[in-house]
Write a new protein. Sequence first.
Length: 82
Amino acid sequence: LADGKVVLVLEGGYELNALAQCGKACVETLLSRELPSFSKETLKAKPNPYAVQSLKHVMEVQRMYLDSLKNRLNFHLCYVLF
């Protein structure tokens, strides 16, 4: 797979603690280590409504370019998740 070459890119860096945790989780995943599950409290948390609105807008724009979002069913399934 990819001739053994992997590129891992983390965008952002605005919240350094979160960036460190994400980087650690990515490396541990690449090393096939088991990651802890999210707490029930975290899984029940509602996303920020402004973030949801932004993601939906991005999906609308990217739909013109991404085959995976051009498919009506795929688009609506992704849209409902938010």
